[in-house]
Design a protein around this ligand. Structure first.
Ligand SMILES: *Cc1c(COP(=O)(O)O)cnc(C)c1O
Length: 377
């Protein structure tokens, strides 16, 4: 944990907002009896898997998904003895079954090779492993059994009995575009394959998928990014509460006397009489260099444009519109937060909020607010 006085910026993570976002999605899914799982891969989308998972668990989340085995191990350690199912999306890679067993991780079996790996395990190992998920590829062409592979498995009762999956899942490619025809295609194919697996929980929707009608047809949804305050309905106002706030104190304010450039490459020329404020945040903190001469901070309620290049440790902003009494060293500029939504910062950077979250730097003073007792410990 980096001391506040020793850091260039403060990253505040609102665990109450995280819990309320999970509840909001869970309430939306409740009428159809659809369970709301939580995706906490990539260290809880960069926010710290331990406080994130403990907060989600206290809110009622009982099923978690991570990408890699190492993340599953960290998640189990964070959850300690709390009852929860943990699925690992990379699946059962050769020679890893003992790790799954030791940490009570369930693999999402994604390929015929992984299924063979599972079926080849000793009876002892098999008994020590939680029931796996079957991952079907219904349109992503990334990971999962093809429809043909799934159909030949469904036609093989011995193999199915051998696997005894608890869950069958698929992942949507275009859920954030409700009108995209691939959504209906993926729904139809998954519904057909799921119907051939009676008693097996179907898991279909990611964050944006929760807002599609199809989510209610299945027993589980697996939202990730919306939990962390990112808008799952990009064409509509954000129904989620902001979770992340990034603020940096001004290090210096420079008055520009004649038309002069600022920063590397002299890429921006300031007018005479303007003022530039510098904050100690740069691309080494995950504050993308693509924000050079794009995007804003917020100082004393006013949007202040980023000017010049974002460098490794520093970013410069035009604070001419803010009175000098407020634009002074020590005053805080919000770079991400309720006044500067992460989705908008991502758009300015030419990327998506997923990437900004998971790149959030390691030099910030991190503050966890709210959440259950001990969440941030
Ligand atoms: C990342 C991921 C999710 C969560 O997606 P969001 O868009 O963050 O809600 C769900 N399922 C799978 C397979 C994933 O890889």
């Amino acid at each position: 944990m980096i001391d506040r006085r020793a850091a260039g910026a403060i990253l505040t993570i609102d665990l109450d907002a995280l819990a309320s976002n999970w509840r909001r999605l869970a309430d939306r899914l409740a009428p159809s009896g659809t369970e709301c799982a939580g995706v906490v891969k990539a260290d809880g989308y960069g926010l710290g898997v331990a406080p994130v998972a403990r907060t989600l668990h206290a809110a009622g989340c009982r099923t978690f998904f991570v990408a890699q085995i190492s993340e599953g191990i960290a998640l189990r350690a964070a959850l300690a003895e709390r009852p929860a199912a943990v699925f690992v999306l990379c699946g059962l890679l050769p020679g890893t079954a003992d790790l799954f067993a030791a940490h009570r991780l369930a693999p999402a079996l994604s390929t015929p090779e992984q299924i063979a790996e599972w079926r080849g395990l000793s009876a002892e190992l098999r008994a020590a492993l939680p029931a796996p998920a079957l991952h079907l590829d219904t349109g992503m062409r990334r990971l999962g059994l093809t429809a043909a592979e799934a159909e030949s498995l469904l036609a093989d009762p011995t193999a199915l009995a051998d696997i005894a999956p608890a869950t069958v899942m698929t992942h949507l490619a275009c859920a954030d575009e409700p009108e995209h025809p691939l959504n209906a295609e993926q729904y139809d194919l998954f519904a057909r394959l799921h119907a051939a697996l009676p008693g097996v929980r179907g898991s279909w929707a990611n964050s944006s998928g929760v807002f599609l009608d199809g989510a209610a047809a299945f027993e589980q949804a697996r939202p990730g990014v919306a939990l962390y305050g990112v808008n799952p309905t990009p064409h509509l106002p954000n129904p989620m509460a902001p979770v992340v706030r990034l603020e940096a104190p001004i290090l210096q304010v420079r008055r520009i006397d004649a038309a002069e450039s600022v920063g590397y490459g002299a890429s921006h020329v300031m007018a005479a009489g303007s003022r530039v404020a510098t904050v100690g945040v740069g691309y080494a903190d995950g504050f993308s260099r693509a924000l050079s001469n794009r995007g804003y901070g917020v100082l004393a309620g006013t949007r202040v444009p980023i000017v010049g290049r974002v460098s490794m440790d520093l970013t410069t902003l035009d604070v001419t519109r803010v009175p000098a009494s407020e634009a002074r060293p020590g005053a805080m500029i919000q770079l991400i937060g309720p006044d500067m939504p992460i989705d908008e910062v991502a758009a300015h950077a030419g990327t998506i909020a997923y990437e900004l979250l998971t790149q959030l730097g390691r030099r910030y003073h991190r503050v966890y607010v709210g959440g259950p007792e001990g969440a941030a410990a």
